[in-house]
Design a protein around this ligand. Sequence first.
Ligand SMILES: Cc1ncc(COP(=O)(O)O)c(C=O)c1O
Length: 343
Amino acid sequence: MDGSQTSSFTIDLRSDTVTRPTPGMRAAMAAAEVGDDVYGDDPTVNRLQAIAAERFGFESALFFPSGTQSNLAALMAHCGRGDEFLVGQEAHTYRYEQGGAAVLGSIQPQPLENEPDGGIALERIAAAIKPDDYHFARTRLLALENTIGGRVLPMGYQREVTAFAHSRGLATHLDGARVFNAIVKLNVDERTGVAGFDSVSICLSKGLGAPAGTMLVGSRDFIAAARRWRKALGGGMRQAGVLAAAGLYALQNHVRRLADDHANAEFLAAGLHAIGLSVVAPQTNILYVDIPVPKIPGLKVHLDGRGINVTVTPRTRLVTHLDVPHPKIATTLQAFREFDWAD
Ligand SMILES: Cc1ncc(COP(=O)(O)O)c(C=O)c1O
């Protein structure tokens, strides 16, 4: 049974995590050759790992069930007990992963203000690196995110900030849950898009439409350490090839089409702006629109009634993705137009 039959919503703009496997993806999953991946025996997982490592230009790759676990294992592979990582206040690894690095990894986060473009200023980073003194945690790692809130980190900044971190003895990790959105937007290849980072976590279950799965890429030694932590964190999966097959299918078929999601976000933003709403111009597939507070409950009921699922807040996030083709974006816009915006 298709899950959509259990919901009255036909359009879901809450996140790009809500996509369902396409028929082609399901066929690839059904046909997947599998083995026990904890023994390293799953040929489909092994193929996905080899392809991800090659495409991103790293020695090795490891398949995780989720982005949260991949990020956590990466932080734990880079940092030990009493170490510290520098991270943006807005970063998923700091704000939305329950402080897992501290709770489970004994790693202290040092959150730093993000700049409006999503980066962290070099001066801020420099000022946060602790001296070698036993009063302080040992600053080991800089963790960034791309895209962050739908914003693409400029290539020049990525080059500069990773070189700077390395010059100060820090390793660099990228939460690239949506790094393909950045790569497609910048029109660069994967290797160029993540150059300078020592490790990258890449989600297959966001804009790419796989039901689960995240790739962590890094050096052979780093991935060996992450593999140990993955087992401790309960992420050693057995016949995971059915999921890896979805990931492979997504890599082959759903990367270039992210440009459609970006175009749909721009179209939606322009339409909302024309209604008179204040919209943050989207760079990729995520846009933010300000909803006057008194209008929030009414707008939610209005959209619900039209089968449109949106988390309506003062700054409402709308995310375009594989399951919302252009006509559904047009329907959404029409619903926003038909709402009574008058005071
Ligand atoms: C930027 C970012 N990083 C990491 C994650 C965590 O991924 P998962 O939900 O697979 O644990 C998310 C989830 O939405 C995310 O948006």
